[in-house]
Write a new protein. Structure first.
Length: 137
């Protein structure tokens, strides 16, 4: 999926890739519909996905991350992330995700509606929903 001529449309948030790795049906189904090059990940997503799972998931996580172009964090995006963090009180990784999506004209694909409200932020896209268990509520 990475390094193709198709223009990126989506920046995938970490939760999307984690859901794909865990076999969440909505995530797997949506990810399969993506065209090669249609989605990218950020340095934040790459680091979170590669460092957050169990050892037995590491090879699959690496393979999944390698399918997507990885957007670097430059000084302008870092400055915008700082402004967003101050204005929105977002955690720094969330502010970086938002800044990279905005600066690259991408929709941030996430299911994190706690931090990203699609009714407030037009760049946010919720591709699927997952029913929460009682333990997650």
């Amino acid at each position: 999926m990475g390094r193709h001529a198709l223009k990126h449309v989506y920046l995938l948030d970490s939760v999307i890739l984690i859901d794909v790795l865990r076999g969440i049906p909505g995530a797997v189904s949506w990810a399969k519909k993506l065209h090669p090059g249609e989605a990218a990940i950020s340095v934040i997503t790459r680091a979170e996905v590669l460092s957050g799972g169990p050892d037995e998931e590491q090879d699959a996580a690496q393979t999944l991350c390698d399918q997507f172009d990885c957007l670097p964090l430059d000084a302008d995006a870092a400055d915008q992330a700082a402004r967003l963090r101050l204005a929105r009180r977002w955690k720094l990784p969330d502010a970086i995700q938002a800044a990279l999506a905005q600066r690259n004209g991408l929709r941030l694909a996430t299911r994190n509606t706690k931090d990203f409200d699609p009714s407030r932020d037009a760049f946010v896209f919720i591709p699927y929903r997952v029913a929460l268990t009682q333990a997650e509520e």
